[in-house]
Design a binder for this molecule. Structure first.
Ligand SMILES: NC(=O)c1ccc[n+]([C@@H]2O[C@H](COP(=O)([O-])OP(=O)(O)OC[C@H]3O[C@@H](n4cnc5c(N)ncnc54)[C@H](O)[C@@H]3O)[C@@H](O)[C@H]2O)c1
Ligand SMILES: [Zn+2]
Ligand SMILES: [Zn+2]
Length: 361
C-alpha cells in the first residue's frame, strides 16, 4: 500500500519551494511510517534549496520533527504504532569502527529508509538529512525514531531533532562544560542559544553571549546567559577576556560558521581551554592562524556534528528536563506556521527575526 500526502518540495536550485502531493510507501523491513505533528525550519533546509548541500533535486525538506508512529515494517521492535517520537539523523549502525569502540555518537554508517518516497509521476525524492518531515507523513529507518514522553509539546520536542540538540550537545557533549566553568558562545541564533541553555544545565558559572543583534542577546539572557556582548560595537575577544579576569573563557563555542568568528573563539579562550565549532562553514572559507599560537595556547580545538549526541541517550533525558521546567524548549519556538508557509519562514530567517519557525500539522 502507499499513502498520498501533502509535502514541501524543493524542485530546483534557488527556486521557491512548492507544496505538492507525494507518494509514501508502507514501511518495509526496518522502516517506520511517521505521522508528523511538528517540524522546525532549520538553516540547513535553506542550504538544500539553494543547492549548497548537493544537487540531488527534488528534495523533500524538513528534518526537525516530532510525530506519532503510524506503522512499522518487519523486524522493528524498538518502536510501535502510537509511540510519540522525535526523528533523528543519527540512527547508529552498531557495527562500524566508531560503534564497535563504543563511540556510536560518531557512527560513520547511519541508517535511513531504504524505500524511496516519490512525486506523483514517480520521480524519486531526496529527503533532507534522510528525514523529509515537512510532510503529513514520512518514511524513515526505525532507528531514526526516538521515543520520548508524549506529554511534551510536539513543536518544542521536534527542535531537539537538529539545531537545538546541536547547540546543547556542543556544550555538554563536545565542550564537556562542567560545574563552575566559564563559557562564551559566539552567535546566538537557534544553535547558539541552545548552547547557552546547555552550558547552564551543565552548571557553568559564567555564560557570555556574543552576537551582533540585540534581539538575540535578549533571548540569550532568558536562556541563562549571565553576560552579553554586542560584537558590532565591541571587540569580542577583549570583552570576553575582560569578563573572565583577563584570561579568556574555559570553553568558547562558535555557532556562526565563519573564519572571523572562529578566530575570535580561538583567541577568546583561556590557555588550555576548548574551542567548539558547531557553526557550519561553506566550501570556499579558509582559516589562517599562526601555528605557534595553535601549539602555544594548548587545549583542544573540536568540531561538533549534531552536538555529538546519541539520540537514545540524550532526547528522552532532555525532554524530561523540559517537562520538569529545567530546559525552556518553548523559548525557541518564535512562531508556529502552516505547511504552505515554509517559503515565508525562509525570508524571516534571513531577516534574523526568528529563533525557530515551526510548522504544526
Ligand atoms: N553542527 C551541527 O550539527 C549543526 C546543526 C544545525 C545547524 N548548524 C549550524 O549552526 C549555525 C547556526 O545556526 P542557527 O540555526 O543558529 O542560525 P541563525 O541564523 O539562527 O543564527 C546565527 C546567529 O549568528 C549571528 N551572527 C552572524 N554573524 C555574526 C558575527 N560576525 N558575530 C557574532 N554573531 C554573528 C546572527 O546574528 C545570528 O543570531 C549555522 O552555520 C548552521 O548551519 C550546525
Ligand atoms: Zn556505526
Ligand atoms: Zn537542521
Amino acid at each position: 500500500m502507499t499513502h498520498q500526502v501533502r509535502a514541501v518540495v524543493a524542485r530546483g536550485k534557488g527556486a521557491p519551494v512548492s507544496l505538492e502531493t507525494i507518494i509514501v510507501p508502507d514501511p518495509g523491513p526496518g522502516e517506520a511510517l511517521v505521522k508528523i505533528e511538528a517540524c522546525g525550519v532549520c538553516h540547513t533546509d535553506l542550504h538544500y534549496r539553494e543547492g549548497g548541500i548537493n544537487d540531488d533535486f527534488p528534495f523533500l525538506l524538513g528534518h526537525e520533527a516530532a510525530g506519532v508512529v503510524e506503522s512499522v515494517g518487519e523486524g522493528v521492535t524498538d518502536v510501535a504504532p502510537g509511540d510519540f517520537v522525535i526523528l533523528n539523523w543519527r540512527a547508529v549502525c552498531g557495527q562500524c569502527r566508531a560503534c564497535r569502540r563504543g563511540e556510536s555518537w560518531y557512527c560513520f554508517n547511519t541508517h535511513n529508509a531504504k524505500q524511496k518516497m516519490t512525486l506523483l509521476d514517480g520521480t524519486e525524492l531526496s529527503p533532507a538529512l534522510g528525514i523529509g518531515a515537512f510532510a503529513e507523513k514520512t518514511l524513515v529507518a526505525a532507528g531514526q525514531c526516538t521515543k520520548v514522553d508524549p506529554t511534551a509539546s510536539a513543536a518544542a520536542a521536534g527542535l531537539l531533532g537538529c539545531g537545538v540538540m546541536a547547540g546543547i550537545g556542543a556544550a555538554i557533549n563536545t565542550g564537556n562544560v562542567g560545574r563552575g566553568d566559564s563559557v562564551a558562545v559566539i552567535g546566538c541564533g537557534g544553535v547558539g542559544a541552545a548552547a547557552i541553555a546547555g552550558a547552564n544545565l551543565a552548571g557553568a558559572a559564567k555564560v557570555i553571549a556574543v552576537d551582533i543583534d540585540d534581539r538575540k542577546l535578549e533571548t540569550a539572557v532568558k536562556l541563562g546567559a549571565t553576560h552579553t556582548v554586542n560584537s558590532k560595537n565591541a571587540d569580542a575577544v577583549e570583552a570576553i577576556r575582560e569578563l573572565t579576569g583577563g584570561h579568556g573563557a574555559d570553553v568558547v563555542i562558535e555557532a556562526v560558521g565563519r573564519p572571523e568568528t572562529y578566530k575570535q573563539a580561538f583567541y577568546a579562550r583561556d590557555l588550555a581551554g576548548t574551542v567548539v565549532l558547531v557553526g557550519v562553514p561553506t566550501p570556499e572559507m579558509k582559516l589562517e592562524l599562526p601555528l605557534l599560537d595553535v601549539f602555544g595556547r594548548g587545549g583542544a580545538l573540536k568540531s561538533s556534528w549534531y552536538g555529538d549526541c546519541l539520540p537514545s541517550r540524550d532526547f528522552p533525558m532532555l525532554i524530561d528536563l523540559y517537562l520538569q521546567g529545567r530546559l525552556d524548549l518553548d523559548a525557541f519556538v518564535t512562531e508556529t506556521i502552516a505547511l504552505d508557509d515554509v517559503e515565508k519562514a525562509f525570508e524571516r530567517m534571513h531577516g534574523g527575526d526568528v529563533l525557530r519557525s515551526v510548522v504544526v500539522l
